[in-house]
Design a protein around this ligand. Structure first.
Ligand code: ZN
Length: 142
């Protein structure tokens, strides 16, 4: 297991307000962890499909749909390379700190502010270096 924790910059935006910046600490996921996360996601949808088997008629649609959704979300989960260890960012609208702990780092992500209930869009930003003007573009993951 790779336990190298790095700190990266993030930016939170809500339409119509100036963005706020913060930092999170992420740990890269190993290949086996990523596969297990994907299998866990697929297992969730497999469980939903098994429950749907007992509903007459609609199981003809719900079982294949659940299995296809399981494959889709499992493939998305396997591609996530980082786990957020800790971090928070202020809500751009009300300033309430939004805690981001133990989440898979899928970018861009959205969280809900606990005070003003707005959806906050969060994306990665690289630290701006003095001689690297392209450093403010978001980091590509995946
Ligand atoms: Zn807020």
């Amino acid at each position: 297991m790779n336990s190298e924790i790095t700190e990266i910059g993030i930016e939170a935006t809500i339409y119509g307000t100036p963005p706020s910046v913060g930092a999170i600490r992420v740990r890269p996921l190993g290949t086996s962890e990523r596969i297990w996360n994907g299998l866990a996601k697929f297992g969730t949808f497999l469980g939903i499909a098994l429950v749907c088997v007992f509903f007459p008629i609609v199981h003809l649609v719900l079982v294949p749909l659940s299995l296809m959704m399981g494959l889709h979300f499992a493939s998305k989960t396997i591609r996530v390379r980082d786990l957020i260890v800790s971090g928070s960012i202020s809500c751009p609208k009300c300033g309430e700190p939004c805690i981001l702990n133990a989440k898979l780092a899928q970018w861009p992500m959205t969280v809900d502010c606990s005070r003003c209930r707005r959806h906050i869009g969060i994306r990665l930003v690289e630290p701006a270096g003095p001689e690297d003007p392209a450093a403010t573009s978001p980091r590509a993951i995946g």
